[in-house]
Every structure is written in structure tokens, then in C-alpha cells.
Design a protein around this ligand. Structure first.
Ligand code: SAH
Length: 404
């Protein structure tokens, strides 16, 4: 391919600074002219030029406030690689090597995030691996068009053992782009859905479940919970697949109660408990609203609690409401937990900073008047790396509180 044929977009004067610092997004307002979909097809690879014609990098073009998602920056000679199969092969191999370095791809752990968008220098692409199946989510039009190449290269990764690739982007692509994506296998087919995380088995429902079927991002925090679970009465609120519950069971909890408003989530939780602890009577589950449940329980009924709600703020506009939601939820949890109780509380809203979340939890604690100390400050695990030039990639935060 002749790289001169690649379409270009040009930055306004003074707008090249963030690209010099490898920020992976170009906002539409930074361009001298924002092309329409007729002028430049969405998803096309474009060269980004400075106002005086220097190559600043290449990326996927899209209509929207983020106009270009950067895929490559110039090397020492000022050249960018072509965005072809070999480009994806290199990036995916780098991503896999990191996961291997982290010790995540091993016989007793085969569930992990292989590609975390900007954190793996592949903006718009998420890939989770469950044993021999990879689940791809495209968040950009360009990655939607690249899906077949990505799938092919995933199965060619030496040692990763991926033989099935499921594409799941019906809800993650911009509706306006009219791509009509279908969730389907690109390579291989359904061959069972049990994956292992730290030696615990999980049924992963990528066909019908939320996101790619499982929240791999809580792996380290679940392990930490296991260490605190011995002899405790555990409440896992917003349990989804019951990840925290299964770890609490292994950790020797006295009892584990899982709550989720979705009956489907409760069914998944029960299946996962049965997979690991058949006939264990310590576990009970409730398909119920979190706030109603916390309202009706006795004070002191639990001495280890997990509050891991869905993102209350999907966008900045919802921030105030979200912070009020976190405050209300945590106030209820802190009010109801037993003396000497341990509370794991999380926010996965990207729009909420860790300072804002901590302030919301502080206000919640103050409302109850109880003595509260922070034992740990939690975040997303290393297979969800944060590109240092893209702090927006930090989204999961949590606190472990000791409540007297
Ligand atoms: N803790 C889980 C992930 C939680 S995802 C894990 O480790 O995998 C958020 C969950 O909250 C979803 O399963 C959703 O069904 C549930 N949920 C959303 N609103 C709720 C509410 N008001 N009450 C109870 N559960 C709710």
C-alpha cells in the first residue's frame, strides 16, 4: 500500500502538543476542518498532520467529539507503520507478553483482559480471554472494520491458545454510524464456557451476559476479599456472576449472601457457587433491589460487605446524581455493617475521580457518625493498564473501610 494515498486531517496551529505527549485522542475542535462522513468514511485510517505539514501520527477517523483515535506515532525517522495485519500482530503480541509477565495466562488462571484499549495502545478495542475463547468488543468504527484481522491474529498468537473468537459489539458501537453489527463467532464456535480465575471456576456467559460476560477487573480485589472472609458473615451486593461470593466461600466465610436486582445475575451466581461448592449450605441469594435490601436488614447482620454497583455516571453530565448515589449507598452500608465490620466499596464510573469517590464515601461516613478508617485503596488490575499519557483510562476505584 502506498502510504501517500492515506487521507489526511490537519491540526490547527498550537494543537499538536497533546500528540507530542502521545495522547491517543484528537478532538474534532483541534482540526482545521472536520470532514463529514461523505468526505471521509468513518473508520478510515488517516494521517494526522500539524498545521505546517509534519506527520504527527496515524489513527482511526470517526465522526464525533473524538475525531481520531491514534494507532501509531512516528518513529525516529518520522515514519508510522502501516495499519495492517502485521501492525495488529505486533501490538497483540506485546499485549499478550505483558499478561504472561503478569502471570495471568496459566493453567489455574485463564480469564484475563488481553487488550484494554488505550492502555494497550489500541484505542477502541477490548479483548477478554476465557480459556480458548477471546471475546472482542469494538468501541470505534475503525476497530469494527478491523475485527476480522484482529480475530485472525488472536488465533495466531503463539502460546495464547485462542481458537474461538466471539465478536460482541452490538451495544458498544456508535448507533449513528449505522454499522448494524451482529454478535457472532468470527472464528470457531461455542465449545463450553468455563474459565478459571485463581483456581476458581466460572461459567462465563458471553452470549447473553453484560460486557464480555465477566468482570475480570475485580480479580485482585476478589483475592483480597478472600483473605478477609474467614469466619465472617458476608454480603455481596450487586453480585452479578457472584465473583466476590465464590472467593468469600473459599476464604472460609461463615455465610455468604449475594444480592442483585437481576434474576439472571442471581442464576449465574448460583451456577458459579454450585460449580465450586456443590451442596454447600453457607450461600443464599436474593433477586432484590440493593437499597430496599439494605433498608430491611438488621444493623449488624453482616461484618463483611461488598458494594460494587454499576457505573452510576456513564457521562460527566450525570456526575452530581452519581455522587449522590454513591453517598446514599455507602451511608446505608456503613450504617448497617456490624461493629468491627469491613466494607469493600467501589465505583467503576470513569467520570468519577478517585478523589470525588472518596469524598462521597467520606460524606456517607460522616452522615452515620461512625468511626471509619481506610485500610486499602483499590484500583483496576494490571491487565487493565493505564497509559500514562491517557489518565482518562483510569476508571475503577475502591476503598476497604474498617467500621468500628
Ligand atoms: N460485582 C460484580 C459486578 C457488578 S455489575 C462482579 O464482581 O462481577 C453491577 C450489577 O448490579 C449488575 O449485575 C446489575 O444487575 C446489578 N444492579 C444494578 N442496579 C441494581 C440495584 N438497584 N440493586 C441491585 N442490583 C443492581
Amino acid at each position: 500500500m502506498n502510504t501517500d494515498k492515506i487521507p489526511t486531517v490537519t491540526l490547527r496551529k498550537g494543537k499538536e502538543e497533546s500528540l507530542k505527549r502521545f495522547h491517543p485522542w484528537v478532538f474534532s475542535g483541534a482540526l482545521t476542518h472536520m470532514p463529514s462522513a461523505e468526505e471521509l468514511e468513518e473508520g478510515t485510517v488517516v494521517k494526522v498532520l500539524s498545521h505546517d505539514g509534519r506527520l504527527m501520527g496515524t489513527g482511526h477517523f470517526q465522526i464525533g467529539s473524538i475525531a481520531v483515535r491514534m494507532l501509531a506515532f512516528p518513529d525516529k525517522d518520522g515514519k508510522c507503520p502501516q495499519i495492517d495485519a502485521s501492525y495488529f500482530r505486533t501490538r497483540l503480541a506485546e499485549a499478550y507478553n505483558l499478561r504472561r509477565t503478569l502471570g495471568l495466562s496459566r493453567p489455574d488462571n485463564n480469564a484475563y483482559r488481553l487488550v484494554h484499549g488505550e492502555g494497550d495502545f489500541l484505542p477502541g478495542l477490548v479483548v477478554d480471554v476465557y480459556d480458548d475463547t477471546a471475546v472482542i468488543q469494538a468501541h470505534s468504527v475503525g476497530m469494527h472494520y478491523a475485527r476480522d484481522i484482529v480475530a485472525e491474529e488472536l488465533t495466531r498468537l503463539p502460546d495464547a491458545g485462542i481458537s474461538n473468537v466471539y465478536y460482541k459489539s452490538e451495544t458498544t458501537l456508535p448507533f449513528k454510524a449505522s454499522l448494524d453489527p451482529h454478535n457472532q463467532y468470527i472464528i470457531g464456535s461455542y465449545k463450553g464456557n468455563v474459565a478459571v480465575e485463581n483456581g476458581l471456576k466460572f461459567n462465563i456467559d458471553w452470549l447473553r451476559g453484560q460486557k464480555t460476560g465477566f468482570f475480570v477487573d475485580q480479580r485482585d480485589n476478589r483475592s483480597l476479599l478472600e483473605k478477609y472472609a474467614y469466619g465472617r458473615k458476608v454480603l455481596n451486593m450487586f453480585c452479578y456472576t457472584g465473583g466476590f461470593s465464590v472467593y468469600a466461600m473459599r476464604g472460609g466465610a461463615l455465610s455468604v449472601d449475594s444480592v442483585d436486582s437481576s434474576a439472571k445475575a442471581i442464576a449465574l451466581t448460583e451456577a458459579n457457587i454450585n460449580l465450586n461448592f456443590p451442596d454447600d449450605t453457607r450461600h443464599r441469594s436474593y433477586a432484590e433491589d440493593a437499597f430496599k435490601y439494605l433498608e430491611r436488614i438488621e444493623k449488624g447482620a453482616y461484618d463483611l460487605m461488598v458494594l460494587d454497583p454499576p457505573a452510576f455516571a456513564k457521562h460527566r453530565s450525570a456526575l452530581d446524581n452519581a455522587l449522590r448515589g454513591y453517598k446514599r449507598l455507602n451511608a446505608k452500608g456503613i450504617e448497617k455493617i456490624a461493629h468491627g465490620g469491613i466494607l469493600f466499596t467501589f465505583s467503576c464510573s470513569q467520570a468519577v475521580t478517585k478523589e470525588q469517590f472518596r469524598l462521597a464515601v467520606f460524606s456517607a461516613a460522616a452522615m452515620t457518625g461512625r468511626k471509619v478508617r481506610i485500610l486499602h485503596q483499590l484500583h483496576q488490575p494490571a491487565d487493565h493498564p493505564v497509559n500514562i499519557y491517557h489518565p482518562e483510562g483510569e476508571y475503577l476505584k475502591g476503598l476497604i473501610l474498617y467500621v468500628e
